[in-house]
Ligand binder design. Structure first.
Ligand SMILES: [Zn+2]
Length: 362
């Protein structure tokens, strides 16, 4: 995520703080300072930092559980609305998703229990005043953790409860059906929130929108992941593409750029083997810095990614996340076609319109 600062690396995952979070922290500090001076500002900022440390531990509950199932998470980012861990892929089995989703709120329950136990040992009488806003930092932090656990178990995406619900349903109904039902429940919940928002706090309306779109986004993501497993790269690739000859000049490349709407051009040698990949932007860049007679090959990327036509599309999605175009290459290295995000979107549209569509071999 852009606009984030890495503050450290824990258990192999980079912890990043989004700039908006720092602004949020400054705003909390400033408004507390206006009310109660430097001491109030310090306490408020300390409290927020403590809560977000718990949010981070919650995320690490997900991250470390996911790792048990071979799913890595290179980074986690703190935003004012909470933490976002980028989990590299969806777990294959519903019970794995169930455990990963439950691990986050479980961490908050454990923290709350530990804090309350600590308070109980130190000041037994304090527990009677847990809901007192003037209570000590520890008591308020315990309450905040209980709130985090309960809030996250609300059965609507993107909350963990939505995933728990989907995973539990998927054990009986399968992923696709379970996601549909969980997304529908999430959206019904969003409507309820929105309805309450109309008469109550406008913030609820905002959260309702967020939950509604997260629910439909989740349904879409699952559809794509499921469908991709059944489609072969050879069926989805673009075959009517223009390739640039390895010996072509910058001038030739500009002419080809003008003649086609393509964004990425494969560079091929005489035998038809893929030798590089060049984008429209690269060609324009070449035109700026070199003469039209310069060979275009010097500006092509040699670290292009390729895929076998027999692979399934879920493998291709991972590659398309890293580069805008992937060369589809046969055993002999000969270019057979090109796979782009556009071609992925097209097969998904076709499968959404006609789930029983059979791609004919090309
Ligand atoms: Zn969570």
């Amino acid at each position: 995520m852009g606009w984030s600062i890495t503050i450290g690396r824990f258990w192999g995952t980079a912890v990043r703080i989004h700039v908006t979070f720092l602004i949020f922290l400054a705003w909390i500090g400033f408004s507390a300072f206006e009310r109660g001076g430097i001491a109030a500002a310090r306490e408020s900022v300390l409290f927020i930092v403590a809560i977000f440390t718990c949010v981070l531990l919650h995320e690490f509950g997900h991250i470390l559980t996911a790792r048990q199932f071979g799913i890595s998470s290179p980074e986690v980012t703190l935003l004012p609305i909470g933490g976002v861990a980028d989990i590299s892929k969806m777990p294959d089995k519903p019970y794995q998703e169930l455990l990963i989703a439950l691990a986050g709120p479980a961490v908050n329950v454990v923290i709350a229990a530990a804090l309350l136990l600590g308070v109980d040992v130190l000041h037994p009488q304090a527990l009677a005043h847990l809901d007192d806003p003037k209570g000590g930092l520890i008591e308020r932090l315990a309450v905040a953790n209980l709130f985090l656990a309960i809030f996250n178990m609300v059965p609507a995406f993107p909350m963990d409860g939505g995933r728990v619900l989907r995973a539990a349903l998927a054990i009986w109904l399968g992923q696709t059906q379970a996601t549909k039902i969980a997304a529908a429940i999430g959206q019904a919940f969003a409507f309820l929130l929105g309805f309450l928002g109309l008469f109550g706090h406008p913030m609820l309306l905002f959260i309702a929108f967020f939950v509604f779109f997260a629910a439909s986004g989740e349904a879409q993501m699952t559809f794509v992941a499921q469908t991709a497993r059944d489609i072969r790269v050879g069926d989805a690739m673009e075959t009517r593409i223009t390739a640039i000859d390895r010996g072509a000049t910058v001038g030739d490349a500009v002419n080809i750029l003008l003649a086609t709407p393509q964004d990425s051009f494969p560079l091929i040698d005489h035998g038809g083997a893929l030798a590089g990949m060049i984008s429209r932007a690269d060609i324009v860049e070449a035109l700026k810095s070199a003469s039209t007679e310069t060979p275009i090959a010097a500006f092509a990327h040699k670290d292009f990614s390729t895929i076998d036509p027999g692979e399934t599309m879920d493998k291709a999605i991972e590659k398309l996340n890293e580069s805008p175009a992937v060369g589809v290459v046969g055993q002999d290295g000969v270019l057979l076609g090109l796979l782009t995000r556009q071609s992925l979107a097209e097969v998904m549209l076709i499968k959404a319109a006609r789930p029983d569509w059979r791609f004919s071999p090309r």
